[in-house]
Design a protein around this ligand. Structure first.
Ligand SMILES: [Zn+2]
Length: 612
């Protein structure tokens, strides 16, 4: 087994010394509601929180996508790690030393490989930096930086470097240090020849921008060409440690400033971030491409609610950009768009007009996303023309219908009505229709979303017997003392669903052996992710009042037995049919007797004693 090498006590110790609420809070903004915490699920996109965390039981569950489990499975899922890797990270957080050699072979290999990639990429960054500042080859790049007013101190802060104009400068440097071409390829530093018999440096004659993860570990590079060749910018390819859609350039340096300033600035390019930082605007990151991903949005949201986007004017209004901004909004951010004059990027603006003016004229004039969208739409039309006016309304309707907040929607609607001197409420009528369409589509999408990842609970709501079995387990999880009442009335074998049956047997066994049942520990101890996730789901599902619980338990027992009897009857009926065709009367008689006995038993469960 994959985890056999980490002692169970150690895992238990780690779980006990960490609070799942704190660990999850590093990724999700949680709010307390009653005895649980809720937040927006980090594993699927949603607008209303369905992600629950229990402090008491140290488990989590999302009612939207079905993800659930304990602190270890949460970390595995969110950091995309193996079990041993997750344990290792958590052990560090908890300050617990793992025994040496605890990682399994596969886990060890994977962790080792990642560690090697981190080291190699770091070494490459040091090499590029050295070349920039200490070699004649670097002069050209230094001159370029000078021409853009980047000081050495700033270049050092961002660990800028230079990849010389050579096919194998880095390759040779690495080989001398016994680093193989395969590793360099995996790190995205070299490229395999098209005829597959040789490797060459990926970055050549480029100014190098190291890209770090949230923790400040360099994971890849962006390279800007010096001179005329194409492409102007080249990034590391996707590797084990480099995933562009999960990274924001400069985030590890900007985090504190974002918290202090109360908002994050998002630029398009590396240079924008660097120039801004040099000018004292340190709360900026770059999105490396204009379409933000949900993961990037989530990382920003964790630092604060307010985000100001300042892209180059020619990309700001593009569809991909807007999609990214909507994703930010979905992640719970207040999004504003800061527009730059035509032909300017933040880098140029700050250089020409200074940081104070940038803050005042550009950030200060930023518009909420909806207002910005409406403004952009308006720019496309001449509202004096009737035809254009209609088109403007049609496009605006789409924007308005996406506003979730009713007051906000109302205020923008009124604004448009006033501006276009609309009367008679036609716009509102259309808006209502558009909203209904929107809600219907969202619901369909949500249902489709909920259908995913739910193999274990598929079909639960069809069979009333299974509904009862499920309900019973969730009741016991909420109140294990009910087992005292259930003891002698129901056994695991009575369950139709073998998973529920096994869980029931296990709980009953613990109870009968006089063990205090700690449900949190019980759920946490489950190694099978599916079972653990199911238990978390069942736990959060239960909300019955304590006085009602016994009554519901009785109903559940009844339903389970009735379903069982029904199944047995069906079985006999099938056998009888088969035998009847063979005309073996003796056997039919005994089956018939059994069938009648079951029938009576069924009535007994349904209607109680004394019916016949
Ligand atoms: Zn979810």
């Amino acid at each position: 087994m994959m985890t056999a090498l980490i002692p169970e006590e150690t895992i238990e110790e780690i779980r006990r010394s960490l609070n799942i609420v704190n660990v999850v809070s590093e990724y999700v903004v949680l709010k307390r509601t009653g005895r649980n915490y809720v937040g927006l699920c980090p594993f699927h996109q949603e607008k209303t929180p369905s992600f629950m965390v229990s402090h008491e039981k140290q488990i989590y569950h999302c009612f939207g996508c079905g993800q659930g489990g304990n602190v270890i499975s949460f970390l595995m899922e969110i950091e995309k790690t193996t079990f041993p890797e997750a344990v290792k990270i958590l052990a560090e957080k908890a300050g617990i030393r793992l025994p040496e050699k605890t990682l399994s072979f596969a886990g060890q290999e994977q962790t080792k490989e990642k560690d090697i990639l981190f080291k190699v990429v770091k070494l490459a960054a040091a090499y590029y930096e050295y070349v920039l500042f200490n070699s004649s080859a670097g002069m050209q790049a230094l001159n370029y930086l000078k021409s853009r007013n980047i000081k050495e101190e700033t270049a050092r802060r961002f660990k800028l470097g230079f990849a010389p104009d050579s096919w194998e400068a880095l390759l040779k440097f690495m080989k001398k240090r016994d680093i193989t071409e395969e590793i360099l390829l995996k790190a995205g530093l070299v490229t395999l020849n098209s005829d597959k018999n040789g490797y060459y440096d990926r970055f050549r004659k480029r100014l190098i921008f190291p890209i770090a993860d949230r923790k400040g570990r360099i994971v890849g590079f962006g390279g800007r060409v010096l001179g005329a060749s194409e492409p102007k910018y080249l990034n590391s390819p996707q590797t084990y440690i480099f995933d562009k859609s999960r990274l924001l350039y400069g985030l590890h340096l900007a985090g504190n400033a974002i918290r202090k300033e109360g908002y994050a600035l998002v630029f398009e390019g590396y240079m924008d971030v660097i120039t801004a930082a040099q000018a004292g605007i340190k709360n900026a990151v770059a999105s490396m491409g204009t379409a933000l991903s949900f993961e990037q949005a989530r990382q920003l949201r964790l630092l604060g609610k307010d985000v100001v986007i300042s892209y180059d004017p020619d990309t700001a209004g593009q569809v991909a950009t807007l999609r990214g901004l909507k994703i930010l909004k979905k992640a719970g951010c207040n999004v504003k768009v800061a527009e730059l004059p035509e032909g300017m990027d933040p880098d140029a603006y700050i250089k020409n007009k200074g940081p104070e003016n940038f803050k005042k004229e550009i950030i200060g004039a930023s518009l909420p996303l909806v207002e910005y969208q409406l403004k952009k739409i308006k720019e496309n039309y001449n509202l004096q023309k009737a035809q254009d006016k209609a088109s403007f309304l049609r496009d605006s309707l789409e924007v308005l219908s996406e506003i979730e907040d009713i007051l906000e929607r109302e205020s923008y609607t009124r604004k448009i009505e006033e501006e276009l001197e609309l009367t008679g409420g036609a716009l509102r009528q259309e808006l209502k229709k558009a909203r209904r369409r929107k809600i219907a589509t969202d619901n369909t999408n949500n249902l489709a979303e909920k259908g995913k990842n739910r193999s274990i609970s598929a079909g639960f709501f069809i069979d009333p017997g299974e509904v009862a079995e499920r309900k019973l387990i969730s009741l016991v999880l909420a109140n294990p003392l009910l087992l005292g009442y259930l003891k002698g009335k129901l056994k695991g074998e009575d369950f139709n669903n073998s998973v529920y049956g096994a869980l029931f047997s296990e709980l009953l066994y613990l109870f009968e052996n006089g063990k205090h049942i700690d449900i949190g520990a019980f759920i946490n101890s489950k190694r099978d992710n599916k079972v653990q996730s199911l238990l978390a789901e069942l736990y959060f599902e239960e909300e019955e009042e304590e006085e009602l619980q016994k009554k519901i338990v009785e109903d559940c027992i009844k339903k389970i037995f009735i379903t069982n009897i029904g199944n047995k009857k069906k079985n006999i009926e099938a056998q009888m049919q088969e035998i009847e065709s063979k005309k073996e009367n003796q056997e039919i008689n005994s089956l018939l007797q059994e069938w009648q006995r079951l029938r009576k038993l069924e009535d007994l469960f349904r209607f109680g004693e004394g019916r016949d």
